[in-house]
Design a binder for this molecule. Structure first.
Ligand code: C2E
Ligand code: SIN
Ligand code: SIN
Ligand code: SIN
Ligand code: FE
Ligand code: FE
Length: 413
């Protein structure tokens, strides 16, 4: 057994870390890693409950040497278990009881659940011991299951899970459950905001935001690959960027219909009003509660800045709309953000947004030919856009076209 101080320190460190991590996928990976360290076990899976179904969301296995996130498809992430008494994980989710099973191949025949060996057969793995806990939130709701597999003794041999670890590990389960619930709520709020924006402007919002989000993720992936970022960070950022990009124009909900839906060119005054959609969007995320809010605010605010510094809204105060001290131009307006002053996600969404706006019909313009759109992007590299990102975007153009066909504009019916 570990000594008490060591255990407490491990738990405290875990709690601190968790409070800094808000994105659900990254969080689940962290929880699984820490819970496996704590119990010294070979493998584990976190299931997230969705109605009557438990879906394996994250799996790790040191023997088969797999570390799989939900983004990377595999047999592990396709495991789905019904929430009922017939399987081990299903029983734990259905009853809220935890199980400490010394050997899953020697279960009492009178128990309602049995071990599903098809997973072992598929992967040539031999499951022996399991410690399986419900992830129960503060509100008493079971949001998932933590399944730890094959505890190891000091020589690496498989043993049953130490019953002393059961209470310690329940701390991980509670923390995990509350974090999952919080992440689900944040996500729900964001999707609701998006539906709200779509109600305002159904013709141009729905498919546009989905395409811009997917293009942005594709562009980010290309960029991340060129920077050789680690997969963990890529997975986490991809999810955050997708959500943030979906909300890039959410500030348009504050723009009046006669401007938003004007079936023709803006006057300069109308354009000035429309430009405020960046600020209105950023103001919807005033407090930095999470990386997601922070990124959503950054994308809303910066997606119309230009690489050459001639974009909008520039270095202004969100509260007063006045230039920040030191950033006034001679005419009293704010200097635009320039180059890498513009956050990466803003530079990415700028390209995705303009590509999409040019490629499709709008209430104020016709769709452009693909060749003209690509010419425009090339011409704008280094002026409107980060030239490195334009190159990566053009290299990914097959993927981009595929995404485009997945989210067609609604047609007038
Ligand atoms: P949006 O339709 O999503 O367009 C995003 C951006 O794509 C535009 O940002 C602009 O940079 C680029 N873009 C769109 N169409 C063209 C084009 O024909 N030529 C060129 N060179 N670039 C184009 P921008 O200009 O800051 O506009 C922001 C938003 O304001 C637009 O979002 C749209 O909702 C609205 N908007 C802009 N101009 C007009 C207009 O003349 N009439 C109306 N009704 N809406 C406009
Ligand atoms: C079960 O809990 O029996 C299903 C998941 C697994 O095969 O480990
Ligand atoms: C404008 O200059 O009015 C906005 C962009 C465009 O429609 O070309
Ligand atoms: C931008 O305003 O960010 C780009 C517009 C352009 O195509 O020049
Ligand atoms: Fe915009
Ligand atoms: Fe847009």
């Amino acid at each position: 057994m570990k000594n008490y101080n060591e255990t407490l320190q491990q738990l405290l460190n875990f709690g601190l870390d968790i409070s800094q991590i808000k994105d659900i996928d990254f969080l689940l990976e962290k929880i699984l890693t820490e819970a496996r360290n704590f119990t010294n076990c070979d493998a584990g899976t976190i299931y997230v409950k969705d109605g009557n179904i438990l879906a394996a969301r994250y799996s790790q296995n040191d023997t088969t040497n797999t570390q799989l996130s939900p983004h990377r498809k595999s047999v592990y992430t396709n495991i789905i278990v019904r929430v009922d008494n017939t399987s081990i994980a299903g029983y734990v989710a259905a009853t809220g009881n935890q199980l400490n099973i010394p050997d899953v191949y020697h279960l009492d025949k009178n128990l309602p659940y049995s071990f599903n060996r098809s997973f072992d057969d598929m992967t040539n793995y031999r499951t022996v011991s399991q410690l399986v806990l419900p992830l129960t939130s503060m509100r008493g709701e079971t949001v998932g299951v933590l399944q730890l597999i094959n505890a190891k003794d000091s020589t690496g041999g498989i043993t049953p899970f130490d019953s002393h670890d059961e209470s310690g590990i329940s701390y991980f389960a509670v923390t995990a459950a509350n974090a999952i619930e919080r992440a689900k709520m944040t996500r729900e709020i964001i999707l609701r905001m998006n539906r709200m924006a779509e109600l305002r402007d159904p013709k141009e919002t729905g498919p546009h935001v989905n395409r811009v989000a997917a293009y942005s993720v594709a562009l980010y992936e290309g960029w991340a690959a060129s920077k050789e970022l680690n997969q963990e960070e890529i997975d986490r950022n991809r999810d955050i960027l997708r959500m943030a990009a979906m909300l890039h124009d959410v500030g348009k909900v504050a723009i009046s219909d006669n401007i938003l839906k004007k079936p023709g060119k803006f006057t300069p005054e109308e354009y000035d009003v429309m430009k405020l959609h960046t600020v209105y969007g950023a103001r919807l995320f005033p407090d930095i509660y999470s990386e997601l809010d922070e990124s959503a605010a950054a994308v809303a605010l910066n997606h119309h800045e230009r690489w050459d510094g001639n974009g909008y809204p520039g270095h202004i105060s969100l509260a007063t709309l006045k230039p920040l001290p030191g950033y006034e131009k001679e005419d009293g307006t704010a200097r635009g953000k320039k180059g890498e002053e513009i956050p990466l996600f803003g530079r990415i969404v700028a390209i995705a947004d303009v590509y999409d706006a040019l490629s499709n019909r709008r209430c104020y313009k016709e769709a452009w030919d693909q060749s003209a759109v690509l010419e425009e992007l090339k011409k704008d590299a280094g002026t409107a856009f980060d030239p490195e990102l334009v190159d990566i975007f053009l290299d990914s153009i097959e993927t981009i076209r595929q995404i485009s066909s997945q989210f067609p504009d609604y047609t007038d019916a």
